[in-house]
Design a protein around this ligand. Structure first.
Ligand code: CTP
Length: 387
């Protein structure tokens, strides 16, 4: 039996990038042999095992045949007679289809190294089409390596377009899509992810709200905002909120209610994690007001802060402010002044101490009332001090 390092670890070593995770392929072995050596199977009918000590994944060389629609529709053929080349040919990209033997020698039957040098993301074979998720993966790799000069090969884009038009993308589970979308948004060029999906027609299927921006060239604004987020190393909830805010504004500029419905629909479509959902809705609803915080009167400012749970969720409030800054592309000191205004108003509210009110004899519902009254007063006081 021979063991090879494969996939991303080989690619990233050749690119001189840090390797975080190593995958292995085992040729010439059976499942029984692996188990006898102490490897633990990850699932009943999936030929992948975990190393008894390192916990890394060891997959038996396999060929995959599609037996139906969607991700469930796979049958695996793993047996000691499957060669390394058989295993590599069913992989997505040539740069992901290289292997390294135990002596560190490169095995590269599909010219991955040449494509690395040419900065080309090229599919290995027609087997690419067996997993439609690869449309998103290729777009994600483009977003990750764009700054190194990588782009998608024309013939791969053709195949991606066929997949987008075939209706296969609809069969992907929300969870698998979200994993790709969220990872892509965290890459150095999230705008490239969107552009590649647009180029192959997948954007209209996956995120039609974003696709419509291209009609009126509003995607350019979205791209600037996303690049700005990446340059500022903003976390995922902020990037997601920015994506949805700019898209909703482009699609339904005038109606806050419609914009929020759009945001809710996309959140639901991909079963987006709560933190991202919440921030997107807050930004969708209140960014306009935050942008002109200094113009708001005390009552409006207090009302705005009421929506944020600023006491228990201070970090979410900070993310809201950061997202608003990203959306307005940090328009000079004027914008930072709006942020500072919001922060200081929130600090004024937080400075009201419950224990002082308790000492004055308030309790129960009355305490709640008094707290609200004092907080409102604190905002009025703050607003007056800024006149
Ligand atoms: N692979 C594939 N098609 C997929 C998923 C994975 O062909 N839909 C293959 C590729 O050869 C890939 C390898 O399995 O290199 C490992 O997959 P994964 O760990 O998801 O990706 P990496 O290439 O390691 O990339 P990343 O750095 O994003 O983890």
């Amino acid at each position: 039996m021979q063991i090879y390092k494969v996939g991303g670890a080989v690619r990233d070593r050749l690119l001189g990038r840090p390797v975080t995770e190593v995958d292995w392929v085992v040729v010439g072995a059976s499942a029984e042999q692996m188990q006898a050596l102490g490897y633990r199977p990850v699932g009943a009918d999936f030929p992948v095992f975990l190393h008894p000590k390192t916990g890394e994944e060891y997959a038996l060389a396999r060929t995959e045949r599609k037996s139906g629609r969607g991700y469930g529709g796979f049958t695996f053929y793993a047996s000691p007679d499957v060669t390394l080349e058989d295993d590599l040919i069913r992989r997505d990209l040539t740069i992901n289809a290289m292997a390294e033997d135990e002596q560190g020698r490169l095995v590269d039957p599909y010219n991955g190294q040449a494509d690395l040098a040419a900065r080309t993301l090229r599919h290995v074979s027609p087997a690419f089409a067996e997993d439609p998720l690869r449309v998103l993966r290729v777009a994600r790799f483009a977003a990750r390596y764009a700054h190194l000069g990588f782009s998608v090969a024309d013939e791969t884009l053709v195949l991606m377009r066929q997949l987008a038009e075939s209706g296969e993308l609809q069969a992907l589970t929300p969870e698998r899509c979200w994993k790709e979308i969220s990872r892509a948004l965290m890459e150095p060029r999230p705008d490239v992810f969107i552009q590649v999906l647009r180029d192959c027609g997948a954007l209209a299927v996956l995120l039609p709200e974003v696709d419509t921006l291209f009609v009126s060239s509003q995607h350019e604004r979205l791209f600037r905002v996303l690049r700005h987020c990446a340059e500022q190393a903003q976390p995922l909830p902020i990037r997601w909120a920015c994506l949805l805010h700019v898209s909703a504004h482009g699609a339904v500029p005038s109606e806050t209610g419609d914009r929020l419905r759009l945001i809710e629909a996309v959140n639901a479509r991909y079963k987006v994690p709560r933190e991202c959902q919440e921030l997107a809705l807050l930004v969708g609803e209140f960014q306009d007001q935050a942008q002109r915080a200094q113009e708001l009167n005390a009552a409006a400012l207090f009302e705005l802060l009421q929506h944020f749970d600023i006491h228990r969720r201070p970090e979410r409030f900070e993310q809201f402010i950061a997202a608003c800054e990203m959306i307005t592309l940090h328009e000079g000191p004027a914008l930072s002044a709006q942020s500072a205004h919001l922060r200081e108003a929130a600090d004024a509210v937080r400075a009201v101490e419950v224990k002082t009110l308790i000492a004055q004899g308030y309790q129960g519902a009355e305490l709640g009332e008094a707290l609200k009254r004092e907080r409102r007063k604190a905002v009025e006081h703050f607003a007056a001090s800024r006149r």
